[in-house]
Design a protein around this ligand. Structure first.
Ligand code: AMP
Ligand code: MG
Length: 331
């Protein structure tokens, strides 16, 4: 966890820069110095501590190895040096980033890293997460989500003295915890978390993406309402959505896209799934299928996500069946 807490320092230092810059990757998704610097830092730190465990990471250094990109690489090096010291060189950084793309045995042990999950939220200076999971035999067994901008409550009055930023941790079979990030990026005291109880005030609250289309949002609202989750949704970027359900502030995280070709990425879910499950909740895809992490970098055999406090799950999957066509659930 220390490594991920240290990485929040990079997130904060890049995010407080006056002009927050981004580049579009070849797939047109945005990337910042923070995405690349955090992947370099966490990759190198994990390699040092666990040299035999490979890494699946979202980012690649492919587009950084040109003369034109040298200024960006220099900025990445500067960020990583803040935490890891002067030994860090451009070659060290590029190699550490690229370790996340090396082939690995999907049935064995490997780390999954999303260095800045919710880059669009990061650019808006809203929610993002640094998400790490350890996979074993196709399942997450350790999950860590650092949410540097997530207050203790999303709804309700804001306490200006309360810590801004929380880390969520889960170990398979041992439960999930919330750890406040105190000033100076120091981890506070961990407390166990549980999903919302049936009948509690949170049982009618739900969360969804900021970035999905209006049509997607309309369909999500119909599904949530049909399942009895009737309040207006909280909209958050990143796996902070998993955290909000795991800590019992909302009862449902619903995610779907009307794009028939889209499949979820492993690093957008692996850590968050374990945090909810260990807090007593349940995660499947929209059709109620268990998430199958054994197909590479994408969840090829799943469509969307239904993450809930346990007793709501079946009602949501039924409501999905009533509002989406069978084709929308095909894999
Ligand atoms: P969120 O913050 O929940 O919107 O999740 C951000 C992640 O959504 C990004 O890191 C992408 O991997 C992923 N993403 C990109 N396009 C889509 C899409 N059409 N449907 C669902 N997820 C997407
Ligand atoms: Mg992501």
């Amino acid at each position: 966890m220390n490594l991920v807490v240290q990485a929040t320092r990079i997130g904060r230092s890049v995010q407080t820069a006056i002009a927050l810059q981004k580049w579009d990757k070849q797939d047109r998704s945005p990337v910042t110095v923070a995405d690349l610097a955090i992947q370099a830092l966490v990759s190198a730190g994990l390699r040092e501590a666990f040299p035999e465990i490979p890494l699946m990471g979202e980012e690649s250094a492919d587009e950084l190895r040109t003369e034109a990109m040298a200024p960006l690489v220099a900025q990445i090096v500067e960020q990583v040096r803040q935490v890891a010291g002067d030994k860090v060189s451009p070659e060290f950084v590029l190699e550490a980033i690229d370790r996340g793309r090396e082939p690995l045995d999907l049935g064995g042990r490997y780390w999954v890293l999303d260095p800045v999950d919710g880059t669009k939220g990061f650019l808006r200076r809203e929610q993002y997460a640094i998400a790490l999971a350890l996979m074993e035999a196709g399942r997450p067994v350790l999950g860590i989500l650092a949410c540097p901008n997530l207050p203790g409550r999303v709804q309700g009055p804001v306490d200006p003295d309360a810590p801004l930023g929380h880390v969520y941790t889960a170990i398979s079979g041992e439960g999930a915890c919330e750890v406040p990030l105190l000033a100076g990026d120091v981890a506070g005291t961990a407390r166990p978390i549980r999903v919302a109880a049936a009948g509690s005030a949170a049982a009618t609250r739900w969360v969804e993406r900021v970035e999905s289309s209006d049509r997607n949002k309309d369909v999500s609202s119909l599904i949530a309402e049909a399942a009895g989750v009737s309040e207006a949704p909280m909209r958050l970027d990143s796996q902070a959505k998993y955290a909000v359900v795991a800590r019992g502030e909302a009862a449902l995280y619903l995610r779907h896209t009307l794009d028939p070709a889209y499949r979820e990425m492993v690093w957008d879910h692996a850590g968050g799934v374990l945090v909810i499950e260990e807090a007593g909740g349940r995660v499947t895809d929209l059709a109620g299928r268990p998430l199958d992490f054994t197909h590479g970098r994408r969840l090829e055999r799943n469509r969307g996500i239904v993450a809930t406090g346990a007793d709501l799950h079946e009602r949501v999957v039924e409501a999905v069946g009533a509002h989406l066509t069978p084709e929308a659930l095909l894999v």
